[in-house]
Design a protein around this ligand. Structure first.
Ligand SMILES: [Zn+2]
Length: 181
């Protein structure tokens, strides 16, 4: 299984989805998890067990949300059926690290929905940057033998996924985009 879908197109990120998904009904969860599992070979998810240990009560409450747990279990078995991989990654610095130059912006606050990297001046949407970092970690975990160059050149671990992420996020405008870390 491992590596069998290395080249499957585009991988995506779920970390930014969790609050949105939590507000959705079961049929929506089935549909969305099916779509992700069928279309993405490597799916990066922040490991909420780790986050739970390091984050505050407000977030701890939100991640215990039953709907998210349900969505995640749908995703796991559907990914298995589809031959895709779900990688849980360490959530530390996924928001604060600039995905372009890898500088960590310790001044980033939760209120900063968009920010400019003080080192390379790249402009970031908070959730998209965090999603790209989550995905990069997932790829490195899944394909540890790959070099950075291979990851960079592979059917694009970053930019095409921005479009994919935005398209998925746009399916539900209900919940405000918010994440921590
Ligand atoms: Zn930068």
């Amino acid at each position: 299984m491992k590596g069998s879908n290395n080249r499957k197109k585009a991988k995506v990120i779920l970390s930014t989805l969790h609050k949105k998904v939590s507000n959705q009904r079961r049929d929506f969860q089935h549909k969305l998890s099916r779509e992700i599992a069928d279309n993405y070979g490597i799916i990066g998810v922040e490991d909420l067990r780790i986050r739970n240990m390091v984050k505050n009560h407000r977030f701890a409450k939100s991640i215990s949300d039953a709907s998210w747990g349900q969505f995640f279990s749908f995703l796991i078995y559907k990914a298995e059926e589809a031959g895709s991989r779900v990688e849980r990654v360490d959530p530390r610095y996924t928001s604060m690290e600039c995905h372009v130059c890898h500088n960590i912006n310790y001044n980033l606050t939760l209120a900063d929905r968009t920010w400019t990297c003080p080192v390379c001046h790249a402009e970031h949407d908070r959730n998209v940057n965090a999603g790209i970092n989550t995905l990069s970690k997932a790829i490195r975990q899944e394909l540890p033998e790959w070099t950075f160059g291979e990851i960079s050149s592979m059917d694009d671990p970053s930019y095409s996924n921005i479009a994919a992420l935005k398209s998925i996020l746009s399916k539900n405008q209900e919940a405000p985009p918010e994440r921590e870390g």
